[in-house]
Every structure is written in structure tokens, then in C-alpha cells.
Design a protein around this ligand. Structure first.
Ligand SMILES: NC(=O)C1=CN([C@@H]2O[C@H](COP(=O)(O)OP(=O)(O)OC[C@H]3O[C@@H](n4cnc5c(N)ncnc54)[C@H](O)[C@@H]3O)[C@@H](O)[C@H]2O)C=CC1
Ligand SMILES: O=C([O-])CC(=O)C(=O)O
Length: 345
């Protein structure tokens, strides 16, 4: 009997899990699902590989990096859960890593150091994302793609253009992972509202950098009676959450453990959607028509083909309306920068 290391503790789609010592059993009808992690030996990649190994929805786990994957794969493969783990190292093994994948998660690329913006990573990471997406188009064009590599506001448009060039752009299958913004917003709100984080929901919309990260605390549940200044402080802390970690790590990279958690939560929701579980909703940065911007993060319903429905913004407070208007110029220029890079290269 296969054993589950995750137990859903919330009936909502908030995707909260406890890793349990006493594992539950897995249904015999759980489909086979191959998940590939590209950048699997990195700061995010390693704990993400661990968390995906614990996920009973995964039957094959392909760990790819340009270096060090054999060790990571050997290590993770000894964990007694369902998935078969294989490590792939170097470009000549990328095809094998990707073939047959249902879901590809991309945390490959360089992280920030103090004083840098996410956009400062563009020059290196744009090229990495381009080469990985070119291979995805060739070897697993129908896979869902979860883009973690920064700057997400630009790397998702780059991926879309690369897929378009290859004739394999399925807009419902491309996701910018903004779950860490939601994870942070929930944690910080729970602290201020003095409630358990496990029951909190906060949508976060816009993009994934500075002021483009717009948490909608007016829609947070459970409701708390927070004043305007408290909401402003919570908003700023959520927008600066990544920088808070970059500064605390003082040159040793950016968020890895909380990101791996967030990436695992989002991937799990994508797999549930693929498997036909109803009412799976997560915030994600996707192709969108809910504003005039072609890519935008909002609540998204996940289904058998990826995005089933991009949900609207819902009612916004005046403060959030202002935040929405202020973020548009930066997000637009990051999107255009990504599209231009992919067209020119
Ligand atoms: N979306 C989000 O919320 C977040 C995104 N990030 C981003 O995730 C990315 C990775 O961060 P870390 O894991 O901390 O960096 P890291 O430097 O620890 O790991 C990156 C890994 O990517 C690998 N890599 C480089 N080029 C590659 C290629 N062509 N193919 C496959 N693998 C390749 C490296 O060998 C390394 O193992 C960064 O761009 C960072 O900014 C980080 C935190 C949150
Ligand atoms: O801040 C960074 O560079 C990494 C990141 O995207 C985050 O932690 O949200």
C-alpha cells in the first residue's frame, strides 16, 4: 500500500498541510503523474525536491540541474514514499528529464543579493528560462509549467513567447508562482489579527516584485478589525517580504525554504486540478484579461487542463484601488521587457 506524507487539514482550497508521522493510505485510482524540477540542486530546488517526494500524487520525480543532481536524487530517493526519483545532470540529459512530464517546476537561476532588485536578475535568468522553455516546447509541450525563476513578472512572458515561437503556447498551462506572496500575507495577517495562520485566506494580485505585489487584505478571512495604518504596514511587509529575507541572509541568497513550501503547495494544487479535484483555487500570475495587462496575478481556478477560469478581482478598498493603478506601469514594462527579449533572442 502506498502511503501519503501529507494530510489536508483544511476543507478550503487554502492548501494547508501537516506532514504526518502516521501516513494515510492512497487511493488505487490516483493517476500516474511525472513532475520535473529544473534547478533541483539549488537552494529552492533541494527542499522542493524533498516536498515533492512527500507528495503522494507524484509517481515519477525527475530532478534536473546543470550540476550536483546525482547526490540530491540519491538522497531524496531513499525516502519511502510513492514516487520513483531520477537525477539528470547537464544539458544532454534535459530531454530525458522532461519527456512524459505532466508538470515542470522551474526554480533554476540566480537569486538576489542585498541591494539588488528582482529585475537585476533579468540578464542571467532570462537566458536560462529561454533555454529551458525551448526544451519544454520540444520534449513535453503539454506539461503545466510553474515558473519560480525571477523576475517572474518578465520570465512568464518570456516563456509564453518561446512557446509561441515553437507553436506550443497553451496559455492555460503557464503559471508564474506567486504563492509565496500569499503565504507571507497569510502569516503576517494572522500575526496582526491574532488568529491561527492555518485558517486565514488572503488573495494577492498583480505581480511578483515590490509594489506589483498587491495583497487584498479587505478580502482577508477571518475578518479582523484592523485600522488603515495596520493594513498599510501589512501591505508593505508583504511587498518587501523577499527583501526582508535577502537582507537577513546577508549575501547568501534569497528565500529558499518558504519558497519551496509555497512551490510545493502550488504544485500540489496543479496536480489536484489535473486529477479532476473540483474547486481548487490559487493565486497565480497568468495570461489574463481582468485588467488591460496581458499577464496578471489573481485567483485562478485549476482544472484538468490547467487554468479553468481566471477569477475577477472582487471588491477593492480605495487603498487597494490606488495600489492597483500604481502597479500597472511597472508591471507593463516588465512584461514588455520579457516579450522583447524573447523576440530578439
Ligand atoms: N517566485 C518566487 O516567489 C521566488 C523566486 N525565487 C527565484 O528562484 C530562483 C532560484 O533561487 P535559488 O534556488 O535560491 O538559487 P540557487 O542559486 O540556490 O539555485 C539555482 C539552481 O539553478 C541551477 N541552474 C542554473 N542554470 C541552470 C540551467 N540552465 N538549468 C538548470 N538549472 C540551472 C543552479 O545550478 C542552481 O542549482 C532565483 O531566480 C530566485 O530569485 C526565489 C524565491 C521566491
Ligand atoms: O526576493 C527575492 O529575490 C526572492 C523572491 O522572489 C521572494 O522571496 O519573494
Amino acid at each position: 500500500m502506498l502511503r501519503s506524507a501529507f494530510k489536508r487539514v483544511s476543507s478550503s482550497s487554502s492548501s494547508t498541510y501537516l506532514i504526518r508521522r502516521s501516513f494515510g493510505s492512497e487511493s488505487s485510482s490516483t493517476p500516474e503523474r511525472k513532475v520535473a524540477v529544473l534547478g533541483a540542486a539549488g537552494g529552492i530546488g533541494q527542499p522542493l525536491a524533498l516536498l515533492m517526494k512527500l507528495n503522494p500524487l507524484v509517481s515519477k520525480l525527475a530532478l534536473y540541474d546543470i550540476a550536483s543532481t546525482p547526490g540530491v536524487a540519491a538522497d531524496v530517493s531513499h525516502i519511502n514514499t510513492r514516487s520513483q526519483v531520477t537525477g539528470y545532470m547537464g544539458e544532454d540529459q534535459l530531454a530525458k528529464a522532461l519527456e512524459g512530464s505532466d508538470l515542470v517546476i522551474i526554480p533554476a537561476g540566480v537569486p538576489r543579493k542585498p541591494g539588488m532588485t528582482r529585475d537585476d536578475l533579468f540578464n542571467i535568468n532570462a537566458g536560462i528560462v529561454k533555454s529551458l522553455c525551448t526544451a519544454i516546447a520540444k520534449y513535453c509541450p503539454n506539461a503545466l509549467v510553474n515558473m519560480i525563476s525571477n523576475p517572474v513578472n518578465s520570465t512568464v512572458p518570456i516563456a509564453a513567447e518561446i512557446f509561441k515561437k515553437a507553436g506550443t503556447y497553451y496559455e492555460k498551462k503557464l503559471f508564474g508562482v506567486t504563492t509565496l506572496d500569499v503565504v507571507r500575507a497569510k502569516t503576517f495577517y494572522a500575526g496582526k489579527a491574532n488568529v491561527s495562520p492555518a485558517g486565514v485566506n488572503v488573495p494577492v494580485v498583480g505581480g511578483h516584485a515590490g509594489i506589483t505585489i498587491l495583497p487584498l487584505f479587505s478580502q482577508a478571512t477571518p475578518k479582523a478589525n484592523l485600522g488603515d495604518e495596520e493594513i498599510k504596514a501589512l501591505t508593505k511587509r508583504t511587498q518587501d517580504g523577499g527583501t526582508e529575507v535577502v537582507e537577513a541572509k546577508a549575501g547568501k541568497g534569497s528565500a529558499t525554504l518558504s519558497m519551496a513550501y509555497a512551490g510545493a503547495v502550488f504544485a500540489d494544487s496543479c496536480l489536484k486540478g489535473l486529477n479532476g479535484v473540483p474547486d481548487i483555487v490559487e493565486c497565480s500570475y497568468v495570461q489574463s484579461t481582468i485588467t488591460e495587462l496581458p499577464f496578471f496575478a489573481s485567483k485562478v481556478k485549476l482544472g484538468k487542463n490547467g487554468v479553468e477560469e481566471v477569477l475577477g478581482l472582487g471588491p477593492l478598498s480605495d487603498y487597494e484601488k490606488q495600489g492597483l493603478e500604481s502597479l500597472k506601469a511597472e508591471l507593463k514594462s516588465s512584461i514588455e521587457k520579457g516579450i522583447k527579449f524573447a523576440k530578439d533572442n
